[in-house]
Write a protein of this length. Structure first.
Length: 339
């Protein structure tokens, strides 16, 4: 009996296996119903009574040794099977989905970079505004027909509160709180009660610019806009300024750029004119300066404003403005860039 126990003990101690299946086979061999250690307990009944205490202890110790050894080997095999070395490193990796910036964000940041090189800083303001900052301070008197130029969302319970129709309200807040020289661009989301179509939406984004200082002229405005257009669309782009009307600027103008799709020859996008309108601009009306407590006899300024969606449509040749708001991944994934 002792010799048999020693052989089994040595077999347990010298056990060396590589798989969990081999370990399970060994467990059955030793501790199964017909296992070697199980048979020792069966033979234990034939041992003389004076030897049972000593032999019983040895058999129990052997069983405990086998159970512990098998448990340790199982833990080792399970941990090694989950390690990196159990994988085939030659297999291709799983692709990670990389996000992309929204085209509106891409264009907005490009506009920021262009105007920052000219010394403009960025100013922002609230989307829910009051009548003073959106209309009255900008030379829109009550009952003035110019108020009808923009279909506005008013708060029903408080008609003097509204969703801003332009970011010119931010320019007013800047001029109320800062002294010239002022040189800012004002980006943000604006709202107008318009029918949604391929060319219009009730929500869109604007970037407006303001420069107020001594001896600011229309020539400064033109040179700034020419620099902006050439940086955004390329050095070959041309601009033209057409007389227009805005209550808050005088004189006022609309700025067109040569169509980058047809090179100015005329196409369906530019309506065969060779030109595309992208922004409105003009010299700040003296009344607006006075409303903000800025001496209009000492200071002059220019302002301009553009829709970011319109710029993005031209830059990326997108013909339907609604695509910017539908969150269609098939569309958005085309604008992948380094984050």
């Amino acid at each position: 009996m002792n010799r048999k126990i020693e052989e089994i003990k040595r077999e347990v101690q010298e056990l060396s296996i590589k798989t969990l299946k081999e370990l399970e086979d060994f467990r059955v061999l030793m501790l199964g119903k017909k296992g070697k250690i199980t048979e020792l307990f069966s033979e234990f009944k034939t041992i003389p009574n004076e030897q049972k205490k000593e032999i019983g202890k040895v058999i129990n110790d052997l069983k405990n040794l086998a159970v512990t050894r098998i448990a340790d080997l199982k833990d080792t095999l399970e941990s090694s099977s989950s390690s990196i070395y159990s994988y085939d490193l030659s297999l291709p990796g799983y692709p990670s989905k990389i996000g992309s910036r929204h085209p509106i964000s891409l264009v907005k940041e490009e506009l920021f970079d262009i105007f920052k090189t000219l010394g403009f800083s960025v100013a922002e303001g609230p989307e829910i505004e009051d009548d003073w900052h959106v209309f009255s301070s900008l030379n829109f008197p009550e009952e003035h027909p110019a108020r009808d130029m923009q279909d506005t969302f008013f708060i029903k319970s408080k008609p003097e509160i509204l969703l801003r129709t332009h970011t010119s309200s931010v320019q007013i807040r800047v001029m109320e709180n800062e002294k010239p020289p002022i040189r800012v661009i004002c980006p943000g989301r604006v709202f107008r009660n318009e029918a949604i179509s391929a060319r219009a939406h009730c929500i869109f984004h604007q970037v407006e610019g303001l420069y107020v200082d001594e001896n600011v002229s229309f020539a400064d405005l033109k040179q700034t806009l020419l620099f902006f257009a050439q940086e955004l669309f390329g050095k070959d782009v041309k601009i033209r300024l057409r007389p227009s009307y805005f209550p808050f600027t005088e004189p006022s103008a609309e700025m067109d750029v040569s169509c980058n799709l047809c090179g100015g020859k005329g196409c369906g996008v530019c309506k065969y004119t060779g030109w595309l309108e992208i922004l409105g601009c003009g010299m700040v009306d003296p009344n607006v300066l006075e409303n903000c407590n800025i001496d209009s006899k000492k200071y002059t300024g220019y302002a301009f404003g553009m829709g970011i969606e319109r710029i993005a449509m031209l830059k990326y040749q997108v013909k339907d403005l609604r695509m910017y708001f539908e969150n269609d991944l098939r569309f958005l994934n085309q604008f992948r860039c380094v984050l």
